[in-house]
Design a protein around this ligand. Structure first.
Ligand code: PEP
Ligand code: MG
Length: 538
């Protein structure tokens, strides 16, 4: 037996035969082309076929899995039309006499490396999409294709998996994913969570050909993969698997039940989403509302900001989809780890302490007002609340409210109907928690972003992996700030929730509910588990 460590992205135990994804190494002809025009025509034809293939995978995924996952393929179709990428290929073919396959391989690698080097985890994850698209075009140009056929229940092992590779595999036969690269934010990780497939990323596993077909077991709780597990390990993991299944069955019984403690106290159990496409998961997992719509994802990975109409459609889609249940839209939180190139932000020595979120919005009223217009317009199609990120001072809250009111009046002057929009703030800085009493008198609600509140309270950059052992998410200082926040809110008669990761921490559910929090907003996959723990409370 051999054991390798990795990072679990969906907890659970799985057994299967190792299935090694052997991506074909294409050898491209690097000699100069005879006719750049002919090579350009070859590229255009391969690009067209690639788009047709991706469109077919899109349809297949939509029919078999759902539109939300199929949209992943749309990202690749967009990359295929990316102006910078096409320009780079054209330049290589026409000005440097590269053959089509050579040009695509070269430009594809350049762009994939560029994405891989970016800080923003979303953009970083686009590296796999870029590599995947260029690999597909080169495969077509060289007339060489890969096989994605699984023959038995399998643990898919790969250096990295691109979304289209993942989607071409037969879901019924996938027991687990194990990849050497990939982040918890990568599409494969997101898909693994959507399909609830135990999976590891960043696994320290060699890709030896002779492991193909051998028995493998994956422990997604602990982050371990076992090649040819011995009997004792197998038995131990089977017991754990049985326990997981029992727990899952238990959780299914939570569906449709109210989130109340034994003594009858109601807690709102909402979901965090990053876009319209996550709403299905929120509804499937029985979310009672959306407690955090991270609207900034609409702004990332593109060449400019989304316009009012595009945003309106997104917000309206979620408001209508949630059918009257509350949807809390957070205004864009760009900056720090979420960079949008089109904003042209300068590099900062301390980005986490820098120019982000509401601080950018105040300097860019064009962006801020456009977003508020879209939110207000969507507010007549459901129950929408808006919340402002990274607030530290009362004047900031006042300026947010003033701007929002101006926008509302502007719309009303144009004869556009708006609904009642609650206006809250995120409590993410120690300053906001310490001044909760004053802020609560002028806000409609609080939602604590414990991810940032922890980083700012403990002076620990949440992106810095080296600081893991200092990152104590249960630190007494943080708990005191959490208490002050909810006390300040209740004294002023407003509600308080938590939308940071702490809201889903099983060890903290009891403490947070006892502190008096009225709402917990968690990733869709954690809704039923959180409901169970709340219902088990006194
Ligand atoms: C938080 O800081 O806890 C939060 C929910 O916001 P984000 O993780 O998007 O910064
Ligand atoms: Mg935050």
């Amino acid at each position: 037996m051999k054991v390798y460590a990795g990072k679990g992205v969906f907890p659970g135990i799985a057994f299967g035969a190792a299935w090694l994804l052997k991506r074909q190494e294409f050898v491209v002809d690097e000699s100069s082309s005879v006719s750049p025009e002919a090579e350009w025509a070859l590229f255009q034809a391969a690009k067209k076929r690639t788009d047709e293939e991706l469109a077919a995978i899109y349809e297949k995924t939509k029919a078999e899995i759902g539109e939300e996952d199929a949209n992943i393929i749309d990202v690749q179709r967009m990359i295929l039309e990316d102006g910078d990428f096409l320009e780079a290929v054209e330049d290589l073919i026409k000005n440097e006499s590269c053959r089509a396959a050579h040009a695509v391989a070269k430009a594809g690698k350049q762009f994939a490396d560029f994405f891989a080097g970016l800080e923003d985890p979303y953009m970083k994850a686009r590296s796999a999409d870029m590599a995947d698209v260029s690999h597909r075009i080169v495969g077509l140009l060289l007339d060489r294709r890969e096989s994605f056929t699984l023959h038995e229940p399998s643990v898919v092992v790969a250096d990295d998996l691109s979304p289209s590779e993942t989607l071409q595999l037969d879901k019924k036969l996938i027991r687990a994913f194990v990849t050497r690269r990939g982040s918890t934010n990568s599409h494969t990780a997101i898909l693994a969570r959507t399909f609830k497939i135990p999976s590891l990323v960043q696994a320290e596993i060699p890709l030896d050909d002779d492991m193909d077909g051998k028995a493998m077991a994956v422990d997604g709780h602990k982050g371990a993969v076992y090649l040819e597990p011995d009997e004792e390990t197998r038995n131990r993991l089977e017991t754990l698997q049985g326990r997981d299944e029992e727990e899952r069955r238990g959780l299914e019984r939570m569906r449709g039940l109210p989130t109340v403690t034994g003594s009858g106290r109601k807690v709102e159990l909402f979901a965090n989403i990053g876009g319209v496409e996550d709403m299905t998961a929120a509804l499937n997992e029985d979310a009672e509302g959306i407690g955090l719509f991270r609207s900034e994802f609409l702004y990332l990975g593109r060449e400019g900001p989304p316009g009012e109409e595009e945003q309106f459609n997104a917000y309206r889609g979620v408001a209508e989809g949630m059918a009257g249940r509350k949807v809390v839209i957070r205004t864009m939180d760009i900056g720090a780890d979420k960079q949008a190139d089109w904003l042209g932000l300068e590099e900062e020595a301390n980005p986490a302490l820098g120019y982000r979120a509401i601080r950018i919005c105040f300097d860019r009223p064009d962006l801020f007002r456009t977003q508020l217009r879209a939110i207000y317009r969507a507010s007549s199609f459901g129950t929408i609340a808006v919340m402002f990120p990274m607030i530290s001072s009362l004047w900031e809250l006042r300026l947010c409210r003033k701007t929002a009111e101006e926008v509302r009046q502007e719309l009303s002057g144009e004869g556009i109907k708006t609904g009642d929009v609650e206006m809250g703030i995120m409590i993410e800085t120690p300053a906001a928690a310490l001044c909760a009493g004053e802020l609560a008198r002028e806000a409609d609600f609080f939602s604590v972003g414990t991810n940032d509140l922890t980083q700012y309270t403990l002076a620990i950059d949440r992106q810095n992996e080296k600081l893991g052992r200092f990152m104590d998410t249960h630190h007494p200082a943080l708990l005191r700030l959490l208490e002050m926040t909810v006390e300040g809110a209740h004294k002023a008669g407003i509600w308080a929730g938590i939308c940071g990761e702490l809201a889903a921490d099983p060890e903290m559910t009891g403490t947070l509910v006892e502190m008096g929090y009225d709402e917990l907003s968690v990733s869709p996959a954690f809704i039923l588990g959180t409901r169970k723990r709340i219902r088990e409370m006194q």
